[in-house]
Design a protein around this ligand. Sequence first.
Ligand code: ATP
Ligand code: MG
Length: 281
Amino acid sequence: MRLNHDWSRNGYAYFSGGDVGRIIVFANRKGGCGKTTTAVNVAHALTAHGRVLLIDIDAQAHASIIFASGPQSTTTILEVLENKLSLTEVIKPSRIAGLDLVYATRNLGACEFAAGPDDEQALVLASQISPIQSLYDYIIIDPPPTLGILMISSLIAAQEVFIPMPMHFLAMEGLAEMMQVIYRLNASFNPALRLSGIIPTFYNQKTKIARKISAEIKANFGAGIMMPGIRNNITLAEAPAYKQTIFEYAPRSNGASDYRKLVEEGIVDTNNYSELKKEQL
Ligand SMILES: Nc1ncnc2c1ncn2[C@@H]1O[C@H](COP(=O)(O)OP(=O)(O)OP(=O)(O)O)[C@@H](O)[C@H]1O
Ligand SMILES: [Mg+2]
């Protein structure tokens, strides 16, 4: 891969105090750990705090399905990654005020197979996000669990990674793998990429195992890294069937209150984040 772009500039623009949005990716190499549920519901909750863009970059297109109304959108992230359209040309307003969408379809799978993770195509998303960063307060990316071009593109484009993970031991392996990927990208294309938080999903703080894993993470990364947890809540699994976010489907559920708390106490206002910002200035 040729290093003919200074991709770190994209990340440092934020830390230099410029009035540009935070670029956040919810990533984990483990499948089914709540990434899309988190991306969709956090994106909706963040509209109370600013303008939000949600980018679906997963061929499963689960985030897109929740927002699609009528026939699937014809222009998607695929055309951007193929250099056929710019990101601005594929941004669509959603039914939620203050939330714009970039859709994916199953066709995106072709892109994953066509390119290796070391392909220069992995830099396209970062270069396309850069010019629109000042239009949003938050840009949220929902990648697939596989470590291919789509996840790598997301991690090169982002400044912050939040890792949603269930609190069990196998999930710790996924965390270690993600940290290796972040460090590798820090040393190459994205020095600004940081782990901003670990989000316990399917969370039951009464279990011994959840408390043990949580303590282990705090010992390794510092207490500030642990975000408020998202409890196992059936309404979170039901809402997508009605093509709704949790705030539309069941605004008084535990799921809604957990995601509201995550956004207000964890994402918008993290001590961890402000410390991180100081470090960079
Ligand atoms: N806190 C929760 N309580 C109950 N069900 C949940 C919760 N979070 C997510 N789910 C459900 O678990 C399943 C997996 O969640 P989700 O699709 O968000 O995971 P993912 O990490 O995006 O998966 P993938 O790796 O396939 O992209 C979905 O059916 C979702 O509705
Ligand atoms: Mg997903």
